[in-house]
Design a protein. Sequence first.
Length: 344
Amino acid sequence: MNPFSLSFGKEPMNLISREKQKNEILEAFTSENPEFQVCMLTGVRGSGKTVMMTEISSEIKKDKNWIVTELNPERDMLKTWAAELSNRKDLFQIFKDAKINLSFLGFGIELDSEPPITDIVVALDRMLDQLTRKGKKIMVALDEAVSNQYVREFASQFQIYMRKNYNVFMLMTGLYENIYELQNEKTLTFLYRAPKFAMEPLNYKLVTKQYQKALGVSEEEASQMAEIVKGYPYAFQVLGYLCYKNKSSYENVMDEFEAYLGEYVYDKIWSEMSDNDREVIIALAKSESGRTGDVSKIADMSSGKFSVYRDRLLKKGLVKSEKYGHLELTLPGFREYAMERVVD
Ligand SMILES: Nc1ncnc2c1ncn2[C@@H]1O[C@H](COP(=O)(O)OP(=O)(O)O)[C@@H](O)[C@H]1O
Ligand SMILES: [Mg+2]
């Protein structure tokens, strides 16, 4: 079986660990005095947000005092959360002892002696209060957050539960632009202060080792492959997948590699960019030096306007600046991809 995987959102067999980022979040959440209770993973498509969220959730779930619920941003989140909590066998007794009657909401727990709770917000409040008293910690994992009605309503309620000192935690993933829109909602400014972790490139040495191991190629060849994928997780999988499938060296699969990236991610990324974002990317692709001054000249933008788009692209993770005053495209083959889209 091919050890590389092209499916999004699923933990691959050959996971390359990102210990530093993972542990930072794990430690903050699990410490005696949590440094933060909400945090966000941002990065372009294919940068490994969902996989990292799953890793962190699985790690946290190992502790029986933690209750982790994955919620879908396209559904009524408060309702799903309450339903999931009330359906858990290990919590049943806690809610029963606290005489929380959820029968009206259709969530099973029926107590003749108590009037049923008719409001979901109240129900959750009572449940979270009880769970907190019992020393439980309750985490919500929200993949692909967007600024829609469900998420806004949920986040604003979540803020209230936090203020009440309930043991609630939330780990979110999202594209930078969606997270940005969400935190700019007037009522959700607490999200502004929540730490945001931009997905970092996979470690080159570990990528090289994985290729050597999975494909049996030399260290030299494996490290050339690592240079090509530039630490971008989806590209790491695609290149490995194609080499394995074709039983061939990476040099023979480069066309297919680029076609895959284009079709599965870059087309989508490109279509979501604004015209000005594209101008800057194309200017950067054309520039020899990558110097900010040169790029803004090619883009024909004032330095004020240019810096707005540069900052946005940096935050989205499409561009990086490792050398002062210089820019670089982050994704492998994105320069060629952008050059093919130059219209004159
Ligand atoms: N740490 C990792 N090591 C190796 N491959 C990874 C890693 N994280 C993600 N991938 C791969 O990258 C691709 C995209 O991952 P995913 O988490 O779905 O990205 P995102 O949610 O940011 O779009 C998947 O094919 C996955 O197998
Ligand atoms: Mg994802």
